[in-house]
Design a protein around this ligand. Structure first.
Ligand SMILES: [Zn+2]
Length: 306
């Protein structure tokens, strides 16, 4: 008997290779999020470095970001079904980084309508393994596939259920990535900001713009939302934009000051260390790279002004 049980559990473990241990946290009425680790992608975390959320409506769930893999999305779905036996109506993808959307193939198999930014389309034709596939490896990546979106949002779109409306919009052309989307629920006063808001760890500006990111934060704050959920980190109050704003503002000030003194990139990297932000996760991995990126961005803007 014990032997049989052991065999059964071994089979279950091998079929369900990675347990994400997802537990939804309520952030507002009928609104829940899974908060990921403030780390970089690794086989140990299965790519769960991301926040994904879902809203229960009368007709079904609306999911904001589908997470890193098919298995993640499937385990998120199991948690949702414990709250209510409802279908998945829509999945809204905030931006193109693959920790946010590789659960799409699972939700498509459940009949959900997928909505996202135009920049997502580059993945359809790319034919290259995604970052997630490379780092996680075949077994963890599992059934994850790249699927097409059903609707593209270029500027804005509102989707409605009988009891809720979801205002999707692109605040600026480039901020964290090209075409980042935010989702606002006016009745609940909740705003899903994707990676335009980070907490507890540093952002990565590799595909984005400091100037665009600051503009996007102004637009987000102008909603005066009661709850703001970013793509990474655990803070979700009305001032959840503050830490990232402080980081970007200080970086902009220090780099402009150095450029005014004609200091080159190498020196700037030594000087703009911003120790006040050292306690944030991923500082060592990302800060120097962010400084280099912003240095070039601001230099280019200066050249254009001349
Ligand atoms: Zn992200």
């Amino acid at each position: 008997m014990i032997y049989k049980l052991l065999l059964c559990s071994l089979i279950v473990v091998s079929l369900n290779a990675f347990d994400y241990g997802l537990h939804p946290k309520k952030v507002a009425e009928n609104t829940y999020c899974f908060f990921g680790k403030t780390e970089t992608v690794s086989p140990q975390n299965g790519g769960n470095i991301v926040n994904t959320c879902f809203v229960q409506t009368k007709e079904g769930f609306v999911v904001i970001d589908s997470g890193p893999t098919y298995a993640y999305a499937s385990q998120a779905y199991t948690q949702m079904q414990k709250i209510a036996k409802l279908p998945i109506k829509y999945v809204i993808i905030t931006h193109d980084h693959d920790d946010h959307w590789q659960g799409n193939s699972f939700y498509k198999s459940k009949g959900a309508l997928l909505i996202g930014p135009r920049s997502y389309e580059q993945n359809i034709v790319a034919g290259m393994p995604t970052r997630m596939e490379r780092i996680l490896g075949k077994a963890l990546y599992g059934k994850t596939k790249i699927v097409t979106l059903d609707r593209i949002v270029d500027s804005n779109m509102t989707i409605k259920t009988s009891d809720e409306s979801f205002e999707i919009s692109q605040p600026v052309p480039i901020a964290h990535t090209k075409g980042d989307l935010i989702v606002y629920l006016p009745k609940k006063g909740i705003l899903f900001a994707g990676d335009l808001v980070f907490n507890d760890r540093l952002t990565s500006l590799r595909d984005g713009s400091l100037v665009g990111s600051l503009e996007a934060l102004d637009i987000i704050d102008a909603y005066h939302a009661k709850t703001i959920v970013g793509g990474h980190g655990y803070r979700t109050d009305a001032n959840a934009t503050q830490v990232l704003r402080d980081y970007l503002t200080e970086m902009k000030r220090e780099i402009i000051e150095a450029q005014d003194e004609d200091i080159g990139l190498e020196e700037v990297n030594k000087r703009v260390t911003m120790p006040a932000f050292k306690q944030l996760k991923l500082y060592d991995a990302l800060h120097r790279r962010n400084v280099s990126h912003v240095y070039r961005e601001l230099e280019m803007m200066e050249d254009e002004d001349e």
